[in-house]
Design a protein around this ligand. Structure first.
Ligand code: 26M
Length: 814
């Protein structure tokens, strides 16, 4: 393989200029910022290349067990800084560019982030592959190279508008296309039975196909010389397919067919809680898992590999149900193509898959109508039926002929239409099923899949989520990182539990002062970004109270709005002494699924409240509401290090884990939160004194539902709530228009599925405690330091170790 260029400033300059001249065809003096960014990215690539080629070669040679992470989403964020850090080139690059008269920071800003995910689930996948590379674990991340990622959000009169995210319009310097490695992926058609030397077998006669072209991305470990691979598939029409239609003389039909095939990887679906059962989405899912499975056979295994040994070489981790169609595909390959006996194939399959569940919301559980699945993948439907038959026989053996139970546990549901329940299929096929936080995993066992838990003792486990400290502390918060490194040395970046050693520093007034200065500096940086990006002004001395996450009723952005309105109303009515309220800037970041009408109304309301509050002289210098559009990973990296208060206020039992909560705590924000998801574990670790807990617990939520929840009774019982809701209903934030936000108000008063009103008074009470605590800045800082010191557990390195020990049984290989 090639040798890396010399790791010196001179070496870097040479490589950079070479890339600029030969790669971009420009000289330094006439290069655009884009040219320079591309040349820089290519230079960083050149340094990583030798290691990558070496690791790709080893992947073929070494007989280690590898992890194929199957995920429809990877929310990577910008690559340049991450790859500079991983390769240890940050300082060299900065100096080399300075020598060329270029500001590295200007080039950083050129990168369009690949937004190939909706939120938590996609970002988790990105953190996991970072950790695996850093730990030297053999892994390929498989997914889809969407031509358009998550939509770009703008606000038009305060309302969300969506624009396409053409992230590839200038090309991506980080990807390597391998059209020669394309796989043909078939769809449709029918099955037939045939006699295979006396053995009756079924085979699939598909009707059409597409090419899956792999694009490789480097996944460098942190300064360990390791480079793993992310392999994303892009759909291209096949020649044979076109030829057939072309020969029939129907040119227009041929072109239409080509467009149809290439649509498969065109765009990321922006729904993240209510799957719509769209045919194209199923095509996407099958497209990428079928290509990935074939890839594993092609690149990992020798042709004569003994298939019963597959579990020693490969584990497929299913990131939610989106890739679960891989299960019948794997069975089809083993049984139909490799002629394996069904039972042997099933035994192998059950050891080669594991399933991670990311939700508890019943409406979020994916189901595919049998009619649709059978039309697109007829052989797979047969295989699913067979898996289900065998499974239900086993259920009867264990539980007896309890027809109710059989119906409940069947992989095939009957209502409202006959459908395949993908979570059940994943549970039956998976060696392990895991939830993503302790509480979530417990509820999964007890509430969502109790019959399965009884049937498969030991199958259900917990692996609490984590986040990568490289991106979310080291890169996004260089000032805090410097402070930590001064105190502890650099080891914490790959051994986050070492943050514990900061506990002692919390008692050091000098350290507290420095820590407070870091926070203040991060606020100024954020202020600069928001001024430049959105024309916002962030006032000095304000508490930054931040709620950033997808817009969902269960996450309860509305509760935050009610707090803001209550505070605002309190001040303007004179009911609240201005001195009791700490100056606060509320920051929101949230995208709503384009078809989620209520979520979009809430966005509109937040902007409307913001424009009234921000323009009312009576609260000037006291309250401000900022809602920068298009919250994404890049903005998160600026907002989180500057935050004082982290809002994690979902209805207990609804947020599977949350990962933003971890990022905030690790950056020294205090959490105000419910006893939900990973908040539970954060609070256990940081201690009650350093966490603002409020609201009903999950069992309390259950019992309130059971006895009958009447939101209006909470309205009637609380005058602050009444005044706030009445103010919204009266049109105070809609220029007197009473109809604009009426649907929000009536939804809260008469339905309120996520019990906003029930938790309102506890939330307001907790916010009063926040105000009081913030008044003592030094004590607040001490708590913030303790949050950092005690949250090392939430490194995704630890999550990966848990998966390795409890699910994958793989080992680092060097
Ligand atoms: C499904 C079908 C069709 C189209 C889109 C989807 C879909 C896409 C994304 C469904 C769900 C998606 O994401 C859900 C998600 O992000 N869940 C979050 O996962 C995090 C990581 O485990 C958790 O921390 C969050 O609590 C959980 O909400």
């Amino acid at each position: 393989p090639v040798a890396a260029p010399p790791s010196t400033v001179d070496g870097f300059v040479r490589e950079f200029l070479l890339n600029l001249n030969s790669g971009r065809g420009v000289t330094l003096s006439n290069a655009s910022a884009t040219d320079k960014y591309f040349a820089l990215a290519h230079t960083v690539r050149d340094y990583l290349m030798a290691r990558w080629l070496e690791d790709l070669r080893r992947q073929r040679e070494v007989q280690d067990k590898g992890v194929a992470y199957l995920s429809a989403e990877y929310l990577l964020g910008r690559q340049l800084d991450n790859n500079l850090l991983a390769s240890g080139l940050s300082e060299i690059a900065e100096e080399a560019l300075a020598a060329c008269g270029i500001d590295l920071d200007v080039l950083r800003q050129q990168e369009v982030e690949p937004g190939l995910g909706n939120g938590g689930l996609g970002r988790l996948a990105a953190c996991f592959i970072d950790s695996l590379a850093t730990m030297g674990v053999p892994n390929v991340g498989y997914g889809i190279r969407y031509e358009y990622g998550i939509f770009r959000q703008t606000f038009v009169d305060g309302q969300q508008a969506e624009q396409p995210d053409a992230w590839l319009s200038l090309g991506s310097p980080w990807e390597f296309a391998h059209p020669e490695g394309a796989q043909t992926i078939a769809f449709g058609g029918h099955t037939e039975t045939y006699d295979d030397e006396g053995v009756p077998r079924s085979r699939w006669i598909p009707a059409w196909n597409v090419q899956a072209v792999p694009y490789n991305y480097m996944v460098p470990g942190y300064q360990n010389g390791r480079v793993n691979t992310l392999r994303l598939w892009s759909a291209v029409a096949t020649n044979s397919f076109d030829l057939r239609v072309f020969n029939s003389g129907d040119y227009e039909e041929a072109v239409r067919a080509q467009t149809y095939a290439e649509n498969i990887s065109k765009v990321l679906y922006p729904e993240d809680s209510t799957p719509q059962g769209k045919e194209l989405r199923l095509q996407q899912q099958y497209f990428f898992v079928a290509a990935s499975i074939r890839d594993v056979f092609d690149v990992m295994l020798p042709a004569d590999f003994e298939l019963t040994n597959l579990p020693e070489r490969i584990i497929f981790q299913l990131n939610d149900t989106h890739p679960v169609i891989a299960v019948p595909e794997f069975m089809r390959v083993l049984v139909d193509e490799k002629k394996m006996d069904w039972d042997a194939a099933w035994a192998v399959t059950q050891q080669c898959f594991a399933y991670t569940c990311h939700t508890l919301l019943p409406e979020a559980l994916e189901v595919w109508p049998v009619e649709l699945l059978g039309r697109l993948l007829p052989r797979h439907l047969e295989i699913i039926y067979r898996i289900n038959e065998d499974f239900l026989v086993a259920v009867r053996e264990k539980f007896g002929d309890d027809e109710m139970r059989i119906r409940d546990m069947s992989i095939i549901g009957e209502h409202p239409v006959r459908s395949v329940r993908m979570a059940y299929l994943a549970t039956v096929a998976g060696a392990k099923v895991n939830g993503v936080a302790e509480l979530h995993s417990q509820l999964l066992r007890d509430k969502v899949l109790p019959d399965f838990n009884e049937f498969y003792p030991g199958k259900f486990i917990n692996v609490t989520n984590g986040v990568t400290p490289r991106r979310f502390v080291r890169l996004s918060n260089p000032s805090l990182s410097g402070l930590i490194t001064d105190a502890l040395g650099t080891g914490w970046v790959t051994d986050l539990e070492r943050l514990r050693e900061l506990e002692a520093y919390a008692e050091d007034p000098e350290f507290r002062t420095q820590f407070a200065e870091v926070k203040a500096a991060n606020k100024r940086l954020l202020s600069d970004v928001l001024r430049e990006r959105d024309g916002f002004e962030v006032s000095d001395g304000h508490m930054l109270d931040v709620m950033v996450k997808r817009l969902h009723e269960y996450k309860r952005q509305m509760l935050k709005v009610l707090h803001i309105v209550t505070t605002y109303e309190g001040i303007i009515s004179g009911r609240v002494a201005v001195g009791d309220v700490q100056p606060r800037t509320f920051i929101f970041g949230a995208k709503a699924a384009p078809g989620y009408v209520m979520a979009k109304r809430i966005i509109h309301l937040i902007n409307a409240v913001g424009s009234v509050v921000n323009n009312d002289p009576r609260v000037e210098g006291k309250l401000k509401v900022l809602f920068p559009p298009n919250y994404n990973v890049t903005l998160a990296e600026r907002v989180i290090p500057a935050a004082d208060l982290s809002e994690q206020i979902s209805l207990a039992g609804k947020e599977a884990s949350g990962t933003g909560n971890m990022k905030f705590a690790l950056n020294g924000a205090l959490t105000i939160g419910t006893d939900d998801g990973a908040n539970v574990e954060i609070r256990e670790l940081v201690g009650d004194d350093n966490f603002f807990l409020f609201g009903m617990s999950e069992p309390e939520v259950e019992s309130l539902w059971a006895k009958g929840y009447k939101p209006s009774s909470f309205y009637n019982a609380d005058s602050g709530l009444r005044r706030s809701l009445d103010l919204i209903a009266a049109g105070a934030f809609s220029g007197g228009d009473r109809s604009m936000f009426e649907p929000i108000v009536s939804n809260l008063l008469y339905d309120d599925r996520f019990m906003v009103l029930a938790d309102y008074s506890a939330y307001i009470g907790a916010q009063a405690k926040v105000d009081a605590a913030y008044a003592d800045q030094d004590a607040w800082t001490r708590s913030a330091i303790l949050n950092v010191a005690r949250c090392g557990y939430f490194s995704s390195d630890r999550s990966m170790r848990d998966y390795i020990e409890r699910i994958w049984h793989t080992a680092p290989s060097f």
